[in-house]
Design a protein around this ligand. Sequence first.
Ligand SMILES: [Zn+2]
Length: 547
Amino acid sequence: MRKPYPFIVLLIFASITGFAQLNRPKLVVGIVVDQMRPDYLTRFYDQFGQGGFKRLMAEGYTMWDVHYNYIPTYTGPGHASIYSGTTPRYHGITGNDIYYRERKKSEYCVNDTFNVVGNSVAETGKGLSPRRLIATNICDELKLCTSGKSTIISISLKDRAAILSGGHMADCVSWFDQKTGNFVTSSYYAGQLPAWLSTFNDRNLAFSYINEKWTPLYGSSYYSDCITDTTICAVTKTGEKVLPRFPHDLQLPLNSKEATYSLLYKSPLANSLLTDLAIEAIKNGNLGKGENPGFLAISYSSTDVVGHLYGPHSKEIKDTYLRLDQDLDRLITTLDQAIGKGNYVLFLTADHGIPEVPQYLASRKVPAGYLYHKPLIKLAADFLDGSYTAGKWVDTLINDQFYLNRKLISEKGLDLAAVQARLANYLMQQKGIAFAYTAAEMKEGEFTSKLAMAVQNGFQPKLSGDVMLVMEPGFFEYEEGYLVEHGSGYNYDTNVPLIWFGQNIKKGESWQLHYITDIAPTLSMILRIKYPSASIGNPIVEINGQK
Ligand SMILES: [Zn+2]
C-alpha cells in the first residue's frame, strides 16, 4: 500500500461520473389546472394554437385514464394527493374544510395563526400553513435529498393550492390576495417576500387587468358548440343571477362589498396574471441553477371558478381554456429559453373534474339534480328524533358526511355503531342518495368496490364523519352561488388528464388506468429521490423514453 492515491482518485472520479449519469432534470414544473376534465383536450383541440396544449400532447405523453381514488374530490385534498402520492386517509387533508369534533367547529385546511406577508396592510394571525398535511410531499423529499439546496417555488391564485403543493419546506409559496391584487405569503415560510416577487407586485399588473373587459378571444364561430342558455345560471347569495353573457366587466359595481379583485379572480385573466408571475419565477427565482434540481409548482384556479359559475359546456369555460392555451405557450417558450429545451420535465394534471349542469342533464332526460343542505340535515335529525328521543343528534353535515352528537349518544347509553347503521340505512332509501357508509364499517372492513374504496381512501378515523354519503350519479349537494359542484367519486369528478413533457419523456398516449397517487412516485423516479412518506402509488414507468 505504498501508493493509495490513484485508488482514492478513481473512487472520487467514479462517484462524480455516477452522479452525472443520474441525468436528472434541472427543473420540474408541475401544473395543476383546477377542475380540468380530459374531454376539454379533445373538445377544444381544433381551436388550440400550436404552442400550448397541442405542443404538450404532440411532444409529450398524454394519459387519458387517470383517476382520483378517494372521496371527496376537492381542491385541498387534490393538491395534497398529487404531490404526496397518497390519499386523505394518510395525508390528513380530508376536505377544504375539516370538522373538529372536540371544538364542534370546521376549520379551513390551511388555516393557521402566522402573519400574512407581502401586503401593505398588516394582517396578524391570519397567515396560513401546511401543518395539517401530515405526510411529506415530493417537494419535501427534494429538499431532504439535497440538504435544502434545491429551490422550491409554489404559486397559485388559491392559497390552499399553493400551500399543499409546496410542502413544508418550500422557499417561496405565494398566492393571490383578492383584496389588494398582490401575491402574498405567510410568515410560516419567510418574514418577507423574495425580491423578484416584491418587484412583480410593484408592477401592479392586477390593476391593469381589471381595466380590461373579459371578451371572447375569437369570433363566434369558435364557440358554436357551446351552450348559451341563459336560463341555466348560477344564483349568488344575494339572489343575483350570474348570466353567461359576454363581455364580463372585471371592475366591481359601486358600493360592492366584494374584494376589489374578486371579479378578476373569476375570469381567465387571473390565470394570465399567474402566468406572468410564473415567468418571473423562472427568470429570477433561482430555479434550475446549480447542481440540484429545482421545482416550480403552478396551480391555475380561474378554470375552477369559471366552471362553477357557468358550467363545463359554456362559452366562458371554452374561452378560459383557449386563453390558458396561450398562457401555456408563453410559459413553455420561457422554459425553453431560460432552462433550455430538454433540461426540464413538466407535468400537467387537475385536482378534480366537474359534472354536467343538472338542469341541462334533466332537460335531456338524464336523471340529475341538487340535494340541499338544510333539508338533508333535517331529514337525518327528524329520523333520529323519531327513532330515539328528541335531541340534538346531528352536529353537522360537511363534505357529504354526517357528524353525530357522540356525547348525546353516549349519555343515552346507545351503541354508536348501531346509531350510525340505523341512520345510514334510512338515508340510503332517499332519492338522490345511492349509498351511505358508517365510520364503524370504514374502520373495520377493507372495501374493494370502486365507490366504497374511494370513501375508505378518503376516510381518516380522527377527522371523518359518522355516516358518509355517496349520491346517485348526476346528484350533488347544492353549493350556494354555484351552478355546479364536484366532490364525488364518479368519473366526471375523478377522471383528469395527465400529460408528461420534457427530458427523457416518451412521445405518445395511453389509456392504461393509473391513479393520481402514481404522480409523486413517478417524480421520485425522475428525480432519483425517495418516495414521499405515505405514498401508496407506483411510478409510471411507461413514460420513460430514455434510450
Ligand atoms: Zn371547485
